[in-house]
Design a protein around this ligand. Structure first.
Ligand SMILES: Nc1ncnc2c1ncn2[C@@H]1O[C@H](COP(=O)(O)OP(=O)(O)O)[C@@H](O)[C@H]1O
Ligand SMILES: [Mg+2]
Length: 378
């Protein structure tokens, strides 16, 4: 897994067991590997608003595929053999027009992973959902709804990656999942731009903590049509890019700490609005943003009466939740079960493309009933 922040590659190994309609997941281990500065810069250089050429896309597809293969092989060597590797790939473009997803592109050719591990690979997890009229994102609602939204508590599940996404149930108990807007995307951009790439994030939220929120800029940032459209909806760095940030900041004169403080407040404000919109009693947070104490403090402040917790309380390390999500989607696809929920992405879809491993691909028959609940086992 390498998310929209492309801060590193995370891998998790999990064992699933379906008994009746109860699916259990035993986490077997995690590992993370950083991406070289060179590769990070090259990924950044193919993202909008930059232009690229097809040769560089081919090179990145290959190099990322090889790297994902190395990380997968390392995870297998460390934690034992697996039946399936799930590799969602590096998202470089999510094509949204007039609120509809029309296409999506993830790099990291699966063949390299299959060769490196001899194991079947599930990749390209989003396109099928789009082909069925869905948004192709967010994918988190399947895990969130099975694991966290079955209790009587009015709970929301928030992941703070480059983009913040939320899963909730509405009054009719339907699962709703959508992207709120930027979490660290604009913060990372502001920091790398101002420091010439020497710093790439607001480490431990130090800058935001020192900075003073600029309310005029905050208002301008909040004045974004995307925030006013109803879910299902998805967004990405195609919208919240460097040009977007420049246009919002304009010739407004403010220091980096104040800018980062204001961008952190933007995310907290979006989360706070969502807490009141869905009248949440609890919010369960995961993703790299959990490691930003200033962001977490501002979220807690703007969440009002909503109690803010992290996914660790539910047996999932905050930085690994997306990995376990991918593992779950792999399990579902392996058994011929849909990985998306119509009320969340807009479609209910079988996900992904399978690449055979060393042997011909043999998929099992679907179980009589799909899982209705996920239990994490320690
Ligand atoms: N110690 C930290 N302090 C502040 N922010 C952090 C810290 N660690 C991670 N982050 C933020 O989290 C982001 C990565 O989160 P992650 O969940 O991996 O997102 P993605 O899925 O987009 O890769 C980083 O880009 C950074 O902005
Ligand atoms: Mg990441």
């Amino acid at each position: 897994m390498s998310g929209t922040s492309f801060d590193g590659i995370d891998a998790a190994v999990a064992e699933f067991d379906l008994v009746g309609t109860e699916l259990s997941c035993r986490p077997l281990g995690l590992l993370s590997r950083g991406l070289s500065d060179e590769l990070r810069s090259r990924i950044a250089a193919v993202l909008p608003p930059q232009r690229t050429d097809i040769a560089e896309v081919c090179r990145l597809d290959t190099e990322l595929g090889r790297l994902f293969g190395e990380v997968a092989a390392e995870a297998i060597n460390t934690y034992g053999d697996v039946d399936l590797v799930v590799s969602p790939g590096q998202t470089v473009f999510h094509w949204v027009s007039d609120g509809h997803a029309l296409g999506t592109l993830q790099l990291g050719a699966a063949a390299w992973i299959a060769e490196a591990t001899g194991t079947p690979v599930l990749s390209d997890l989003r396109t099928r959902d789009i082909a069925r009229g869905g948004q192709g994102a967010p994918l988190a609602p399947m895990l969130d709804s099975l694991l966290l939204l079955e209790d009587d508590v009015r709970r929301g599940v928030l992941n703070l990656g480059g983009i913040a996404n939320l899963t909730v149930r509405d009054d009719d108990h339907r699962v709703i999942g959508y992207d709120l807007g930027p979490a660290s995307a604009l913060i990372d951009l502001a920091v790398s731009r101002a420091t010439g790439g020497v710093e790439r994030m607001d480490t431990d939220g130090v800058r935001a903590d020192r900075g003073v929120v600029d309310h005029e800029l905050l208002c301008r940032l909040l004045d974004e049509p995307y925030y006013r459209t109803d879910p299902p909806k998805s967004t990405g760095k195609e919208l919240f890019d460097a040009d977007y940030l420049s246009a919002k900041v304009g010739d407004h004169d403010l220091g980096l700490d104040d800018l980062v403080g204001t961008l952190t407040e933007l995310t907290a404000a979006l989360v706070g609005d969502a807490c009141s919109r869905w009248q949440l009693e609890e919010l369960v947070v995961s993703g790299g943003g959990v490691r930003n104490p200033t962001m977490m403090r501002r979220i807690a402040a703007l969440a009002g009466t909503t109690v803010v917790r992290t996914s660790e309380d539910f047996g999932i390390p905050a930085q690994a939740k997306e990995c376990y999500l991918m593992a779950l989607l792999g399990f579902l696809s392996w058994y011929g079960l849909p990985g998306t929920i119509a009320s969340a992405t807009g479609a209910s879809s079988l996900l992904g493309s399978f690449t055979p491993g060393a042997r011909p691909l043999q998929l099992p028959a679907p179980p009589p009933q799909p899982p209705t609940r996920l239990i994490m086992r320690g």
